[in-house]
Each structure stands twice: as C-alpha cells, then as structure tokens.
Design a protein around this ligand. Structure first.
Ligand code: R5P
Length: 304
C-alpha cells in the first residue's frame, strides 16, 4: 500500500496549506522554522518523510527573499531525509516580473528562481498563474501550471444573475488572453485598455478599445500589486460611463499605496484568491477571498 503523502507548510502559506491538507483528510506535517539572532533562517523537518511523497507549500510573496530562502532551506533539508519525491508548491511565484531582459545588465530572476528550486531538491513543482508562460520554459523539472480563472468564473455564475449586461475589460495587452476566457464563457463583449508604463510602477492609459458606457464591468488581472493599473483602468472606464465594477485578480500582492488606492476607488467587489495570505489590516469591506485550496488539493490527489 502506498505511504500517505506529507504536506508541509512554509510560514507564508499556513492557512492555505491547512485548507489543502484538510481537503485531503490530512494534518500538516511537523516542521520547525525559526530565526537566529542575526535573522538567518533555521529549518528542521520533524516529520518522518523517508520513502514518502512530500508536498511543500510556500508562497513567494513579500518578503520574497525571506519566504523563498525558507523554501530553499526546506527543500535542501528534505532531500537529506530520502523522501520518495519532493514537490515544491508555489501558489505565488517570486521574482516573476523579470522573465526576460529588457535592458543589458539585468538578471532574469524568474529563471534563477526555477533553477534554485531544482538545485535545492525539488523533483516537481506546482504553481498557480505564473505572470508569464515564458517562465514555464525555465523549469528543468516537471511543472504543473494551474489556472485559477475558473474560481472566478464559478463565482460570477453563482452570484451574478445579470451577467449578460457586463463587459469584460482587459486592463492591458497582457490581460487580453485571460479576459477572453470570461468573454467566451459568458458571451459578453471585451474592451481593451492599451496600457503603457513610462517608468517602473507608473501607468498610463489613453484610450479604450470597445464600449463600456452603461455597462457593468469585470476587470480580470493576474495580480494587483501597487493597484496603479487598476485605479487608472477604473478611472478611464468610469469617465466613459461604466456602471458597477468587479475586479477579479488572482494574486493580492497589494504593495505600496494599493490598499489606499483601492479603498478610494469606485469598486463594487474585489475578488481575490488566497495564493497570498491577506492580513486583516489589508482586508477591505468589498473584498472577497476565494480559496485556491480545492485546485491545489486536486492537483496533489491526481499526482498520488
Ligand atoms: C502586468 O503585467 C500585470 O498583469 C499587472 O497588471 C501588474 O503587475 C499590476 O501592477 P500594479 O498593480 O502595480 O499596477
């Protein structure tokens, strides 16, 4: 009989990992993580893992260096305990935005992350909505790239009766592909906002391709970081006569001024997932968190 798998959680993903383990009828494995006085990280796997499949869930969210290093130490510790297989689960992939060189002298950090995951001991990896599919190519171990768009599709199916009055708005060219998923599923029009970035973390949108006047809106994006994209998109479509606005964003990075910006923007609902833990102080009244735990649990189940 195959040995029962072990689910380990890194410190960035406790609540998600609990949900995943409980969906699988398991408890989380025992792992000790602490800091030395000089702030280096110490990891000790207390769980028997020899001959077992081990799944380590750790989001690469902020503080990315801390969380990612903790994952690497965990993988390194695990491989010294002779498990049958080590699967690194990164619900949110760190250093995702530099997946190519824009200027000479830059690093391709997304590739380095994939290399380190393999080098330190992972036999496989599972991720949720990588910022760019280019990152898939950097994995030299099997990668399962899950998509969380269906969790939002299901939300709209269950909760919105007048979905035919909606338009889906792609807040930049990179969002056209997944915005089409909503447009096709609900048979609603697509509008596109050509976004430019004059500098890092600055956003400009000068025109709308499509019609949003008098329409309810879904804006789907893979992440909200500083929320510059979202508030610029919202102000552009509001000026063009859009009605109620629903955001559907997978990764709630929510850095810098994001929370203040979102709080002050005319948004009916902000749908996010739990790929990144949302601390209570960031939870706005119009936010709803939809868990990706069922998605991850199913992926684990199908690999057993
Ligand atoms: C861009 O390629 C992404 O899909 C997001 O639009 C972007 O990362 C959001 O960043 P911010 O919230 O800082 O505008």
């Amino acid at each position: 009989m195959p040995k029962s798998p072990v689910i380990l959680s890194g410190t960035a993903s406790h609540s998600l990992a609990h949900r995943v383990a409980s969906n699988l009828g398991l408890s989380l494995g025992n792992i000790e993580v602490k800091k030395f006085s000089d702030q280096e990280t110490y990891v000790n796997i207390k769980e028997p893992v020899k001959g077992k499949k081990v799944f380590v869930i750790q989001s690469g969210c902020s503080p990315a260096n801390e969380n990612f290093m903790e994952l690497l130490l965990t993988l390194d510790a695990l491989k010294r305990l002779s498990p049958d297989e080590i699967v690194a689960i990164l619900p949110f992939y760190p250093y995702r935005r530099q997946e190519r060189k824009v200027e000479d002298g830059e690093s391709i950090s997304a590739e380095l992350v994939a290399n380190l995951i393999k080098t330190t001991g992972a036999d496989k990896a599972i991720t949720v909505n990588l910022h760019s599919t280019t990152i898939e190519r950097y994995f030299k171990i099997p990668l399962v790239h899950l998509t969380a768009w269906p969790v939002f599709i299901n939300y709209f199916k269950k909760n919105i009766t007048n979905i035919k009055d909606f338009v889906v708005v792609a807040p930049d060219e990179g969002s056209i592909h997944h915005s089409k998923i909503f447009s096709r599923e609900f048979k609603i029009p697509l509008a596109i906002l050509p976004k430019s970035r004059p500098a890092h973390d600055q956003v400009e949108i000068e025109t709308i391709i499509g019609d949003v006047k008098g329409k309810n809106i879904i804006i789907a994006d893979d992440e909200i970081n500083t929320a510059g994209t979202m508030v610029t998109a919202i102000s552009t479509i509001k000026q063009a006569g859009a009605k109620n606005i629903y955001l559907a964003c997978i990764h709630p990075v929510l850095s810098g001024k994001a929370i203040t910006r979102l709080k002050n923007a005319p948004i009916k609902k902000i749908l996010i997932t739990d790929t990144i833990y949302l601390p209570p102080e960031k939870k706005l009244r119009n936010m709803e968190i939809i868990s990706v735990a069922p998605l991850i649990s199913k992926s684990i189940e199908s690999s057993l």
